[in-house]
Design a protein around this ligand. Structure first.
Ligand code: HEM
Length: 449
């Protein structure tokens, strides 16, 4: 392993695969990159061997190096590795999260940022979000009345998918009258099944990705499983697109112009060769896939942490009682005032980042990270999980302490009180700096200023 000590005292592990294995075995925080992403036992050893033989994959686990990768080197690492599973899943690497840097990459990001996920469009989603939250709470309440033991995961998946369904495709999740209180709608069940069939075969975790012989033999039939799941996924999405197109042909409903698919049709009309149905399917897939499991995982972790930390739960309740009261549910508009709740979410994302290794990146030119030369075509693993639990950065990193995100000393260093200069007025030698967070109780006053 080659490592470099940075000016701020943090160590940057820039490691070759051999070192990844070595470090992974001895150092828990770095081992996350390996241990969570590979199966246990023999399969793990084989997996490590496969990565060793086939990949040069530096693991960045220092904030300074990560910053370098996503600032000066952002474009250099804009490519994604061409993993075989991604080829199936992302229409030959043509989708937003998997395509290589170039004109198509730029078009997709521009469309996503300007047309689909602009602040205005996201703010338009708040009505849908609150409607779906109400529906979920109603179902939850009814189920709990019958039997208090609740499995939250399916309900959260349903919630996150439904929240996206209407803005993307202008359609609501459907359930028959008899199934009105079931965990998941027909669409959610179908999409969940597709994701459950895809997820175990994707990413860093599979020998199949690294050993061509495994792909040729395809003993466990992964290729066919992925192909079948992708066919079902694409059929599901094409149905949404066709339904939206029919509405256009029928003159469009009052709501028609608002869906993301409808926005894409407007672009398609002007440049049909660029904004194809395949591109629309790809964008829908990206949003559905990126926006469901992430949100579901984050809420599940948050709820789990709160139940295991009753004091924090009590403070969250007190804040909601104070700011919202008990006569209605919390709404999106309340969030700016619920500062402790925001701290809880930040602390949860710190301890359990939804994508602990981010998405894999790959360099398209030679570059240097932390002084180390990294050749073009190198796969980059950013170990966010390790960074978030680094004791050099966080006091008691393993503890759930939402308060750490409130007004606080910078790096826990007491404010410097040195008197400076020979001037008439005594100034501080070091200008005052702190982590600023308005007090929740003062928010109304501050807003009126
Ligand atoms: C708790 C919620 C979420 C978390 C923690 C999260 C986290 C992430 C992370 C870590 C990445 C990878 C960045 C990289 O390494 O390049 C990513 C990518 C992405 N996310 Fe999210 N995400 C969340 C919700 C959403 C939602 C709701 C959407 C849209 C509906 C979304 C859309 C995307 C897209 C399109 C990408 C690919 C971006 C690219 O390749 O440039 N995410 N997200």
């Amino acid at each position: 392993m080659s490592s470099v000590h940075l000016a701020d005292g943090h160590q940057c592990h820039l490691v070759t695969p051999i070192a990844v294995v070595a470090v992974g075995l001895v150092e828990r925080r770095t081992s996350y990159a390996i241990t969570t992403s590979v199966p246990s036992g023999h399969a793990r050893c084989l997996m490590l061997a496969a990565v060793l033989i086939t990949r040069l994959a530096p693991t960045v686990s220092s904030p300074a190096c990560a910053r370098e990768c996503f600032t000066e080197l952002d474009v250099t690492f804009a490519n994604r590795p061409r993993l075989p599973s991604w080829q199936f899943l992302s229409m030959d690497f043509s989708m937003l999260a998997t395509c290589s840097f170039g004109p198509h990459w730029r078009t997709l990001r521009r469309v996503a940022a300007v047309q689909l996920l602009s602040t205005h469009r996201v703010s338009c989603m708040s009505g849908v979000i609150s409607g779906e939250v109400h529906a979920m709470v109603r179902r939850l309440y009814r189920s709990a009345t019958a039997s208090p033991r609740i499995q939250l995961k399916q309900r959260l998946f349903e919630l996150s998918l439904s929240v996206l369904m209407e803005p993307i495709a202008n359609t609501k999740a459907t359930r028959s009258e008899a199934d009105a209180d079931t965990d998941m709608s027909v669409e959610a069940q179908e999409f969940r099944k597709v994701m459950d069939d895809i997820n175990p075969h994707v990413g860093l975790a599979n020998l199949w990705e690294y050993l061509p012989v495994m792909r040729w033999l395809d003993v466990s039939g992964i290729k066919n499983k992925l192909r079948a799941a992708v066919t079902r996924r694409d059929a599901f999405l094409q149905r949404l697109i066709d339904a939206e197109r029919r509405k256009l042909d029928d003159g469009g409903s009052e709501d028609w112009g608002k869906s993301m698919i409808a926005v894409m049709f407007t672009l398609q009309k002007k440049e049909p060769n660029v904004y194809t149905d395949t591109m629309i399917r790809g964008l829908c897939t990206s949003l559905f896939s990126a926006g469901t499991d992430t949100i579901l995982a984050d809420i599940e972790w948050t709820m789990s942490l709160l139940l295991n930390h009753p004091a924090a739960l009590k403070m969250a309740h007190a804040e909601i009682d104070r700011c919202v009261g008990t006569s209605r549910l919390v709404s999106a508009e309340d969030l700016t005032r619920l500062t402790y709740l925001q701290c809880i979410i930040r602390e949860t994302l710190r301890l359990y980042p939804a994508a602990p290794l981010l998405l894999l990146h790959q360099s398209y030119a030679d570059c240097k990270i932390g002084g180390h030369t990294i050749p073009s075509g190198t796969m980059l693993i950013v170990n966010v999980y390790a960074i978030h639990r680094d004791s050099n950065m966080w006091e008691d990193p393993m503890k759930f302490r939402p308060e750490r995100f409130e007004w606080d000393l910078v790096d826990s260093v007491e404010v410097d009180m040195t008197e400076g200069g020979e001037e008439f007025v005594i100034h501080k030698a070091v200008p005052f700096e702190a982590l600023c967070k308005p007090r929740a109780d003062m928010y109304d006053v501050l807003k009126r200023l």
